[in-house]
Design a protein around this ligand. Structure first.
Ligand SMILES: C[S@@+](CC[C@H](N)C(=O)[O-])C[C@H]1O[C@@H](n2cnc3c(N)ncnc32)[C@H](O)[C@@H]1O
Length: 832
């Protein structure tokens, strides 16, 4: 059975970094009514250059990068703009996940593996985010953006454009991001790179054709094809530039089909002079016979400013016979004799006896005439460096090299003897052959997942521990995962709920090696392994060999395993229906927004005849439904549902569909309560975050609206002898409305429909605090590997009964269920 040992569970936090307090869900409505609208400039001077045929002189130049649009080629496409006005929404914290609770997951799994009873441990060791939140006064928490709090990593559900604007204008992160990784959808005609389910990378025909449950994880369909794609990237790249620190780097992963467009665009935004490298990375080992196989992706690396870039050289171990070691073709045997390796030996380099010292002959002269003649006597003969050359060291140096047997005769001149072990690693270059999906053991949880080796390398090359890393194309959260692994802070976002949920689960179940820090703060850096580099110079001058840091190989504390640090799950928005109504009527936009949403939902939706919070009516022979739309930048409240139901009843309609971008946590209760009166049916549908994004083709309604699955739970409250009440929650199932059949289907919690569920033991009505988290451990191989336990996957299946917990504070719990399509729904219950 298990041999998990007594490793302590640790995590990294970044107490030395602060950030402005961000509003929690529901509190954004308390912010000033003034809408923040900014103009996003997407111009490095090219509009001016076009206008006047040259760039204006000095002060007038609007140039932001070292590039002259008059001289350097610029790309134009249909719809290219030089600026765009966009309203900015604040970010809001919906959920926090504290370090101790993450550690508990691992502890629980470990206990399961060792078959002992679960005892929550070491909670007090952590200055816990959860505790801070619970104990801070609620009214102080609404005082956002005015004081600072400790840094938390961020997983954000939302469109990258708005997320970046918010990071710039509300979160104050201009110039604070050290590295950005983008793995965008690859552009036109690439329809397969979306994922419908949290638990499978395969897209099922049935799911696709089926009802609203289908969530196309990203719609790679662009209204104007490559033109829309370029506009999409242009807007985002200009924002990336604003976020980057002066020493920062951006990496864009792109296949060879569109790389040329993207590269010209990057030249425009960052300046051709700031192109730092282009890396070719092997992405697959699959070959096809139909045409030349395409097995690589490009990684375009630009610096904000190549003169200031933070860059660390990485090394890979050479391995005899591997890349970087190919020219080592001689050997020194244990008795000191030297000879060439035979062909057989060369082909089996890694099987040579360990005490054979492999070496090669290297140059001992450099180009350029010496001032004086440089005769050097070796084994009874005099040698000269040759025409237009000089020795790499002094004559004394050469003598010392000769004493150390580091010189050999090669033809008519001399050569330097370089042993393979003089430097056991070789610098990595811009061709990465070892990154193909077949070459590492990571199981894929997302259809278009990047290997951790790739992203981790980029992080190590361009950042230091504690630096901030941002990925606007989260997917399965590879960048966040690698940032956690390497002790960097992170922010990531995605429009797809499938992606957000996959990433959250991945981070929650991940365990990492604990790296030794120089002092207790991560920002002090890690103690990395070093290797000696014996050089011609160090030998010639009797110097200590140079110590080379392997920054991507920090020293590991074997007594500990590490879990993800605390993070928050966020969305964008301003949650208040009142604000929204005022806002829209005032500017005459209300009708427009509502009409658009209603028509996307039902082509036959009629705005006429609607009244109050019933915004449209759709009528066919079989049905008549009232449609109510939630605020553009807020969540649907219980009040909206109740009022809309009254309005529907007064119109004589008994079926109401409420569409929203987000819902208050108690809407499930409200729905059940209304329906229990037996009169009217209420359906709650979530609108996909990027539904109104410019450039994306309007897709079928089932792609855009997905029904809220409402959890069915049972709570038992016990009254033990010591007087502290304890509660246990059982997840029984989840009810989901099927629009085709017009029925609510009930799925048992263990039917495979539920991907994960989360419990807040003391819900304050605003931010969901993940106290207990349950998901299918059998799908988290990393965890099993770390625990080194021979575990039965059955033991790790989704657990449906919570741990007992004390009833406290608000005497109220919230349960959030995530279904396999990434839809989340929350139910709130009183424990009183
Ligand atoms: C190719 S995948 C990234 C995969 C990721 N590198 C990984 O390892 O899993 C691209 C991701 O970008 C997301 N995406 C596309 N457009 C977006 C947008 N406008 N805002 C946020 N995310 C977006 C998609 O939903 C998708 O998950």
């Amino acid at each position: 059975m298990a041999k998990s040992g007594e490793k302590k569970v640790t995590r990294y936090t970044y107490d030395d970094v602060t950030e402005p307090t961000t509003p929690e869900t529901g509190h954004t409505s308390l912010m000033s009514d003034d809408e923040l609208v900014v103009t996003l400039p997407m111009d490095n001077g090219w509009t001016k250059a076009l206008e006047i045929g040259r760039l204006p002189a000095d002060e007038e130049r609007t140039i932001v990068v070292d590039m002259d649009p008059v001289v350097d080629p610029i790309l134009f496409w249909a719809g290219k703009r030089s600026k765009r006005e966009i309203p900015i929404l604040p970010l809001q914290r919906n959920e926090i996940i504290s370090e101790s609770r993450i550690a508990q997951i691992i502890e629980r799994a470990r206990q399961a593996a060792t078959e002992t009873e679960f005892q929550p441990q070491q909670l007090s060791l952590f200055a816990d985010l959860e505790k801070t939140l619970r104990e801070s006064e609620k009214d102080k928490r609404v005082d956002f953006y005015t004081h600072d709090e400790g840094w938390k990593n961020k997983l954000i559900c939302g469109d990258s454009l708005q997320v970046m604007e918010s990071l710039l204008y509300y979160e104050g992160l201009r110039g604070k991001v050290q590295m950005i990784y983008i793995d965008p959808p690859y552009g036109v005609k690439y329809n397969s790179n979306f994922q419908q389910r949290v638990d499978s990378t395969k897209n099922d025909e049935r799911d696709q054709a089926d009802d609203v449950l289908t969530i196309k994880a990203f719609r790679d369909t662009w209204a104007l094809g490559i033109h829309s794609y370029l506009s999409y990237l242009q807007e985002r790249l200009y924002l990336c530039r604003e976020l980057l620190a002066d020493s920062g780097s951006i990496f864009i992963q792109i296949n060879d089909e569109n790389v040329h467009w993207v590269r010209v665009l990057l030249n425009e935004v960052f300046g051709a002079a700031n192109r730092f490298a282009t890396i070719a990375l092997n992405k697959t080992t699959g070959f096809t016979n139909q045409r030349l196989s395409s097995v690589y992706d490009n990684l375009l690396w630009y610096a904000k400013n190549s003169n200031q870039i933070k860059y660390q050289q990485l090394y890979s171990s050479k391995g005899i016979g591997l890349e970087g070691a190919g020219v080592y073709n001689k050997v020194e045997l244990p008795d000191g004799t030297r000879r060439r390796l035979t062909q057989g030996e060369l082909e089996n380099m890694d099987h040579l006896p360990p005490n054979w010292r492999v070496f090669r002959l290297d140059n001992i002269v450099s180009q350029g005439e010496s001032k004086e003649p440089q005769p050097f006597e070796f084994e009874g003969k005099t040698y000269y460096p040759g025409a237009n050359s000089h020795w790499k060291t002094t004559i004394d140096g050469l003598k010392r090299l000769a004493e150390k047997r580091r010189i050999e005769v090669s033809g008519k001149s001399l050569a330097y003897v370089r042993f393979y072990n003089d430097f056991s690693v070789s610098p990595i270059s811009n061709i990465w052959l070892d990154t193909g999906t077949g070459s590492f053991t990571e199981p894929k949880i997302y259809a278009v997942q990047t290997g951790t080796k790739v992203v981790a390398r980029c992080i190590y090359m361009s950042t230091d521990p504690g630096d901030l890393v941002f990925d606007l194309t989260c997917g399965s959260g590879t960048t966040a995962y690698c940032a956690e692994m390497s002790g960097r802070r992170w922010i990531t976002c995605d429009t797809s709920r499938v992606a957000i949920n996959i990433a959250r689960q991945r981070l929650l179940s991940a365990t990492f090696e604990q790296y030794r820090t120089r002092n207790s703060q991560v920002s002090s850096g890690f103690v990395s392994k070093t290797v000696d580099r014996i050089t011609l110079k160090s030998l010639a001058y009797d110097l200590e060999p140079e110590k080379v840091q392997l920054v991507n190989q920090p020293e590991v504390d074997r007594d500990a395993i590490r879990v993800s640090g605390p993070f928050e799950v966020m969305t964008l928005g301003r949650y208040s229906i009142e604000d929204w109504q005022g806002y829209f009527t005032e500017r005459g936009k209300l009708e427009n927004y509502i009409t658009v949403i209603c028509h996307l939902y039902r082509k036959d939706a009629a705005i006429q005849g609607a009244s109050g919070l019933v915004h449209a009516v759709a009528e066919s022979e079989q049905e008549k439904i009232a449609i109510s739309v939630g605020p553009l930048t807020g969540r649907v409240t219980a009040k909206q549902i109740n009022d809309a139901v009254q309005d529907a009843l007064s119109l004589g309609i008994l079926d109401i569909h409420v569409l929203g971008w987000a819902f208050e946590a108690n809407v499930g209760e409200v729905k059940s309560h209304i329906e229990s009166r037996g009169k009217i049916k209420v359906q709650l549908l979530m609108i996909r975050p990027d539904t109104l994004a410019e450039g994306l083709k309007a897709t079928q309604p089932e792609m855009l609206f997905s029904p809220l699955a409402l959890p069915d739970i049972e709570i038992t409250v016990t009254n033990p002898e010591n007087g502290v009440k304890e509660a246990v929650v059982v997840l029984k199932g989840v009810g989901v409305f099927d629009r085709k059949r017009r029925t609510t289907d009930y799925y048992q919690a263990d039917s495979g429909y539920v991907a994960a569920w989360y419990l807040d033991e003391d819900y304050d009505g605003d931010c969901f605090v993940d106290c207990q988290m349950f998901f299918d451990f059998s799908k988290t191989p990393n965890l099993k590997a770390t625990l080194k336990a021979e575990v039965d996957p059955e033991e790790f299946r989704l657990q449906l009964i919570s741990q007992a917990f004390p009833v406290r504070g608000y005497k109220r719990i919230a349960v959030k269920v995530v279904d396999v399509y990434g839809n989340e729904s929350t139910i709130v219950k009183d424990l009183a």
